[in-house]
Design a protein around this ligand. Structure first.
Ligand SMILES: Nc1ncnc2c1ncn2[C@@H]1O[C@H](COP(=O)(O)OP(=O)(O)O)[C@@H](O)[C@H]1O
Ligand SMILES: [Mg+2]
Length: 257
């Protein structure tokens, strides 16, 4: 894949971030192309969340900038949605499943009369149509994360930023959600930046995997993942190319990762 396309969807240029004298991110440059699925991996504390927050317009860099469709990102953008690891904090506990999705539709000024159908369609997409009247606390972790994803999709985003979204889930749920997110994003043509510290997850999902180094956080290597789609939890993970990428990434990222 050509990673130097002239019109990337998102562009991070010469981005630096310091807190007092502490340098957290140094000279980050990267471009995300339309409909690409890009994974960013790196050890805990290397600055992944900080970088993602800057891409989302939730935090300003000390130097450099982020642009989306050629416009500088200076605050949250309606076409950019964020899925956080901590689904419990991201959901409103006093609103039902349907109410949580409705919130995003209200935020996008979708007329009240259209909301019930839109909510139903979104809940069907993530397999929660039977739980519309439940409260978040009554759902499993995987279901809560599905709900957060449905709420993000309600915004009809063009770019989905995901910060270790499956980090708190058990291995089986995680694999199911990996496949669901891939399918949802492909079907709706959404571009994804997916942060994880799980190297195999990154290879399984990504068109490209970018590694980050720590202290200060900077971009390391980029791997273009040339594995066929749709991917499959068994055959893709047994593909010799998958194993070669895994080997390459494990060598790049220091032990204790
Ligand atoms: N506002 C802040 N003030 C001080 N330190 C911060 C701030 N934001 C992030 N950091 C530090 O920057 C580093 C990167 O944090 P973070 O982006 O959360 O890393 P990651 O998501 O890769 O684990 C950490 O060492 C963290 O303590
Ligand atoms: Mg983080």
């Amino acid at each position: 894949m050509n990673t130097t396309t002239h019109n990337p969807l998102l562009c991070v240029e010469s981005l630096n971030f310091k807190v007092n004298d502490l340098e957290i991110l140094r000279d980050i440059n990267l471009s995300i192309n339309d409909k690409e699925f890009v994974c960013i991996v790196g050890a805990s504390g290397c600055g992944k969340t900080t970088l993602l927050r800057m891409m989302a317009g939730l935090l300003s860099p000390t130097r450099g900038h982020v642009s989306y469709r050629g416009q500088q990102v200076v605050g949250p953008h309606r076409e950019i949605a964020v899925v956080f690891q901590d689904y419990a904090k991201a959901l409103l506990p006093w609103r039902t499943v349907a109410g949580n999705v409705s919130l995003a539709l209200e935020g996008c000024d979708v007329p009240a009369v259209e909301r019930p159908q839109r909510i139903h369609d979104l809940l069907c997409k993530v397999g929660l149509e039977d739980r519309a009247e439940a409260f978040p606390v009554q759902l499993s972790g995987g279901m809560q994360q599905r709900l957060q994803i449905a709420r993000c999709l309600a915004q009809s985003p063009q770019l989905l930023l995901m910060d270790e979204p499956f980090g708190a889930l058990d291995a089986m749920t995680r694999q199911t959600l990996q496949d669901e997110v891939t399918r949802l994003c492909r079907d709706s043509g959404v571009t994804v930046v997916f942060i994880t510290h799980d190297l195999e997850e990154a290879i399984y999902l990504g068109d490209r995997v970018i590694s980050m180094e720590k202290m200060p956080g900077k971009i390391g290597e980029t791997l273009v993942i040339d594995l066929p789609r749709p991917r499959d939890q068994l055959t893709t993970r047994e593909n010799t190319k998958f194993l070669a990428y895994r080997h390459q990434l494990f060598k790049l990222l220091p032990s204790g990762h």
